[in-house]
Design a protein around this ligand. Sequence first.
Ligand code: CAA
Ligand code: FAD
Length: 380
Amino acid sequence: MDFSLSEEHLMIRDAARDFAKQEILPSVIERDNKQEFPKEIVKKMGELGFLGMMVDPKYGGGGMDTISYAIVVEELSKVDASCSVIVSVNNSLVCYGLDAYGNEAQKEKYLTKLATGEHLGAFCLSEPEAGSDATSQKTTAIDKGDHYVLNGTKNWITNGGSADTYLVIAQTDRDKGHRGINAFIVEKGWEGFEIGPKEDKLGIRSSDTHTLNFNDVKVPKENRIGDDGFGFKFAMKTLSGGRIGIAAQALGIAGGAYEMARDYSKIRKAFGTEICNHQAIAFKLADMHTEIEAARYLVYKSAWDKDNGNNYDMSSAMAKLKASKVAMDVTVEAVQVHGGNGFVKEYHVERLMRDAKITQIYEGTSEIQKIVISRGLLKD
Ligand code: CAA
Ligand code: FAD
């Protein structure tokens, strides 16, 4: 067993850390206030190879392992979870989905542009009446021979307004239940594809979340991913990897808040001494750091499972369940350590606290992770 990161992992970590500090930090508060999508930053992240990290180099990707990817998401999230969710969705839901399950023509046409950052992707599973209950898809795709006709509404779609390529899950045969669901590649601008207004959110405010409407959108048959009826399994398998990304995001949010609380406690004085000398504050730091380390091992273990060909459905659910709880707890404590300063935007921790909450909701709520974990435990 080896708990140390390789030289390569450390280099990737430093690159992501420097990028976050130099390129993301200066505009983070303003973008959060204005709910402004970080278009220029996304372009730079594409140039650095952060948008297709695990994709085969043949298709423009970095050919890196999942641990490298988790490290990058973690480092970006210490500074801005809006930027890291863009990276997470593009890498682990869109690029991975196409790399693992797309055919050669689909990869050539779509994956290379997505992996290099020339295009951005979105993953469209959730609907107004099908969130946690993802098999209850109301969006339909009717087979018309050489194409499908897509109708319905997807909501909460990350990168919804900014993406070029959308992976859309839809019911093709209701009688077959989840075996009658398929996944399709849909391009922005196709007739009948409308992007609704941007959501006004509690956290990750500069990420771009939209409702999407599909009104008789013609989708060529060659844009279906996998065999007929593979769509629900496609979504589930892809989401297992996505959950590693969101767990890494939660880990980074917690880590960023902890580092700020630690540093602040060493300079802020009360009762004639730095507040870190009060045991109540020192113990908070001890608890925060211990919980973050515990979460980190679950996140890296799940990434390692994926890299080593092990099943990672359960380990990714455990990593996300734990890391998102840690993100919530640690950010609340980080605000407390900052006192009144924790309650204002200038000190960042209030934003990290707002951003932490989403990690317990998207890519499967904490309750859904417990369903996945308990079913995995009881399977045999
Ligand atoms: N891999 C392969 N197949 C899987 C699977 C997996 N990980 N999980 C389930 N399946 C298969 C099952 O084997 C079953 O197929 P068979 O009948 O052929 O065996 C089929 O899928 C249906 O599975 P269940 O009976 O377990 O389905 P369920 O209705 O009980 O739901 C669930 C299972 C885990 C709750 C699922 O609905 C779920 O994950 N819900 C949460 C949805 C979610 O995470 N949404 C995230 C949207 S994307 C997003 O949020 C992005 C973002 O924010 C940035
Ligand atoms: P519901 O399913 O209505 O759940 C409500 C509550 O009931 C939750 O607490 C839930 O845990 C609980 N619950 C439901 N069923 C059970 C059960 N069986 N047992 C116990 N408790 C249960 N989706 C996408 O497809 N793509 C995206 O890019 C995307 N990005 C998102 C970005 C943001 C900012 C947000 C807020 C959401 C995003 N989502 C996306 C949707 C997200 O995945 C869903 O919100 C999430 O899966 C929960 O679904 P829901 O909102 O319908 O809640």
